[in-house]
Design a protein around this ligand. Structure first.
Ligand SMILES: [Zn+2]
Length: 125
């Protein structure tokens, strides 16, 4: 299925799901990655260029890293909702760092989807 470029972008939830599944934000079918974290330039199905500039992803990854992994742990401890022993703290910290590495392709996919939405809204304005 080919999505026309002029059609309205899919809803945000659909875009985020496509990004998390590492699929093209426009058509939902083309793969984002050649290998683990090496992206294709264009969608093989609809031809969408995934990023205008590789630096476009930096802000999204920066925000997602802090929101998903670091802020909850820091918030829990800083607000004294939960004060873990040092063993728990370092164990959770190591788990968060492992999750950061393992979910990098999914977070990159979400970043590409959000960048696609930003570009579409900017083009429509
Ligand atoms: Zn596509």
């Amino acid at each position: 299925m080919t999505a026309p470029a002029a059609a309205a972008p899919p809803p945000l939830a659909v875009l985020l799901a496509r990004g998390w599944r590492k699929r093209c934000p426009r058509c939902g079918e083309g793969r984002l990655f050649k290998r683990l974290n090496v992206m294709h330039e264009h969608c093989a199905v609809c031809g969408l260029r995934y990023l205008e500039d590789q630096g476009d992803l930096f802000g999204y990854l920066f925000a997602l890293d802090r929101v998903l992994f670091l802020a909850p742990l820091i918030g829990l401890v800083f607000l004294r909702v939960w004060v873990p022993s040092s063993t728990w703290f370092y164990g959770l910290w190591a788990l968060a760092m492992l999750a950061l590495v393992v979910t990098l392709p999914q977070r990159t996919g979400v970043g590409v989807a959000l960048d696609y939405l930003r570009r579409r809204r900017r083009a429509a304005a």
